[in-house]
Design a protein around this ligand. Structure first.
Ligand SMILES: Nc1ncnc2c1ncn2[C@@H]1O[C@H](COP(=O)(O)OP(=O)(O)OP(=O)(O)O)[C@@H](O)[C@H]1O
Ligand SMILES: [Mg+2]
Length: 225
């Protein structure tokens, strides 16, 4: 691959439960190019979310190597990892993880609190919420939005820090076909205009095909073709 951005080599992950270890990833090799769009499919429990968490440095491998943009990130401290997360990744979680007590504008501003200066946070939030078509809902709270609208807020928030890698776990899982269409178009627009590398986990082959330059399949904690 000409310009690898993500390189996983023989990555394993096991969770300790009581006295035993539960193996979840069993030697994952995966290379993703800069600006590439990759869809991940696989049965429930095959390790997709675990892999996504490792890619986004929310979790660390039990063994193996993770190189991000040419740097080994397998052995960073918690502080180094959180700095890397803020500077590099945007996450879209299936359950949104929006804060109920905040307006949607405040939710989108939140990641910016951890960054330095630049345009005012409110301006950036307005820009992002306009991108996702929710500029008329700034002062609404998440429980005053539909599921599809909440998902668009979650995407706007994930983009706040200009992520180089956008990771999305079942971003269209709970949506009807019209709301799903809006999310798919939004990801396509984001990729076209910002060139962001995308990794999307989905159960839906049509979503995988449309959003991925490449679809990879996980089974038994490994990545196939
Ligand atoms: N913190 C944990 N402790 C112990 N086992 C875990 C933990 N997190 C995940 N697992 C186990 O790891 C396996 C893979 O989980 P993971 O969430 O990665 O699956 P998934 O492919 O995302 O599934 P789904 O499609 O249902 O979201 C499951 O069998 C799960 O029980
Ligand atoms: Mg999952």
């Amino acid at each position: 691959m000409a310009d690898p951005f993500v390189e996983l080599r023989d990555v394993t992950k096991a969770y300790r439960r009581d006295e035993s270890e539960v193996p979840v990833l069993n030697g994952v090799d995966l290379t993703i190019g800069r600006g590439e769009r990759v869809s991940i499919m696989g049965r429930s429990g095959s390790g997709k979310s675990t892999l996504l968490n490792i890619l986004g440095c929310l979790d660390v491998p039990s063994s193996g190597e993770y190189r991000l943009d040419g740097h080994d990130v397998s052995h960073l401290s918690d502080n180094e990892l959180s700095r890397l997360r803020n500077a590099t990744f945007g996450f879209v979680f299936q359950s949104f993880h929006l804060l109920k007590g905040l307006t949607i504008a405040e939710n989108v501003e939140l990641p910016l609190e951890y960054c330095e200066g630049g345009a005012s946070h409110r301006d950036r939030a307005l820009e992002l919420l306009t991108l996702v078509g929710l500029e008329h809902r700034l002062s609404h709270r998440p429980n005053e939005l539909s599921g599809g609208e909440r998902q668009r807020v979650a995407i706007a928030r994930a983009l706040a820090n200009h992520p180089k890698l956008l990771l999305a776990d079942e971003p269209t899982g709970a949506l009807d076909s019209k709301a799903q269409r809006a999310i798919l178009d939004l990801f396509t627009r984001v990729h076209r205009s910002l060139g962001t590398t995308l990794v999307i986990v989905t159960h839906d082959p049509k979503v995988a095909e449309e959003l991925g330059d490449r679809v990879i399949h996980m089974s038994d904690g490994r990545v196939g073709g």
